[in-house]
Ligand binder design. Structure first.
Ligand SMILES: [Zn+2]
Length: 326
């Protein structure tokens, strides 16, 4: 009898990862263009093609319909203020104007000597937080706004060189800063955090209440990845620290930038191998197992308030639930 030919394992099926609100994008970041000489000033001089995303106090300007309020640049628009190239598509190039951020360590004054807040383009605009309204933006606007808010938060917190303490100045079209003393270059930092849907063998979901949250808010557990730690290790550690639950089978689901100020949320599912909850009492003051019926009932009655639709926590909860809750 002929030996059987070896059989290759069948290919693993691909599963589309759920896409969270702030993970969406439409425009091309066109990162290679950041090296072009005077890219941002040239774009700000092109009122035909360029559209400006306004960022102030961690919020973006929105129009009456809740869409990003993209404006054509006006002459002298960026005077004294930091602008960053966000990307482009067939219609437009997009520049973020970081209204809180001076382009150098100078006060934010225009050529007219007026404080920025008294000049174009702040007057009469509405501002929105991505935390609260991120899911209402379309894909293009969500991507532009998330990058703009992340850059604004980084520039605001990193005016000086971490090596020598001297001032740094923006380079690479707003995507880096260079030290004026030693020439070292510094890039926007992103802090990885894990967030996890912990499910037990009877398919109940573990949700906790953090000490600093509003009353009745319950959400998935989360925490920062520590130095020298894997994301999966952080999932196991955080769940054990906060609730004394032991998990196995840590499985990646999706990610979401969360620029408040610099997190990247890495979302996981994990299987609980124990069920007795003991909260740490400091970070997490309550935690419970929820069945689908129980969660639906508690949300309907107002006994449980879930995290906002823009959050990856909500996505994980609804991924487990099988659709929108409440
Ligand atoms: Zn330095």
């Amino acid at each position: 009898m002929d030996p059987q030919p070896p059989t290759a394992p069948s290919p693993r099926a691909w599963r589309a990862a759920p896409v969270s609100a702030l993970s969406r994008a439409g425009a091309d970041r066109a990162a290679l263009r950041r090296e072009e000489t005077d890219l941002v000033p040239r774009l700000l001089a092109d009122a035909e093609r360029t559209r400006v995303v306004l960022v102030r106090g961690g919020e973006v300007a929105v129009d009456a319909d809740g869409r990003l309020d993209l404006v054509a640049p006006e002459p002298d628009a960026a005077a004294g203020r930091l602008a960053a190239f966000l990307g482009e598509d067939a219609q437009h190039a997009y520049v973020a104007l970081l209204l809180d951020q001076p382009s150098a360590l100078d006060p934010v004054l225009g050529a007219d000597g007026l404080p920025a807040a008294e000049r174009w383009p702040e007057a009469g605009r509405a501002w929105a937080s991505l935390r609260d309204q991120g899911e209402t933006l379309d894909d293009r606007d969500a991507g532009l706004a998330t990058a703009a808010v992340a850059l604004a938060a980084w520039h605001a917190r990193h005016p000086r060189c971490p090596r020598c303490g001297e001032p740094t100045t923006p380079t690479r079209a707003g995507w880096a800063r260079r030290c004026s003393a030693d020439g070292s270059e510094h890039f926007p930092r992103t802090d990885p955090a894990v967030i996890m849907a912990v499910v037990d063998d009877t398919d109940r979901l573990l949700l906790g209440h953090a000490a600093h949250w509003p009353d009745r808010r319950f959400s998935t557990l989360a925490g920062f990845v520590e130095a020298g730690e894997s994301a999966e290790g952080a999932v196991r550690r955080e769940v054990a620290e906060e609730t004394a639950i032991v998990v196995s089978d840590v499985e990646y689901v999706t990610s979401q930038p969360w620029p408040f100020p610099a997190s990247l949320m890495l979302a996981y599912r994990a299987r609980a191998t124990t069920t007795t909850i003991e909260v740490d009492g400091t970070e997490v003051t309550d935690a419970r197992w929820f069945t689908r019926d129980g969660l639906a009932r508690d949300v309907a009655s107002g006994d449980v308030l879930l995290p906002p639709p823009s959050s990856v926590a909500r996505l994980l909860i609804e991924d487990w639930f099988g659709g929108p809750v409440g």
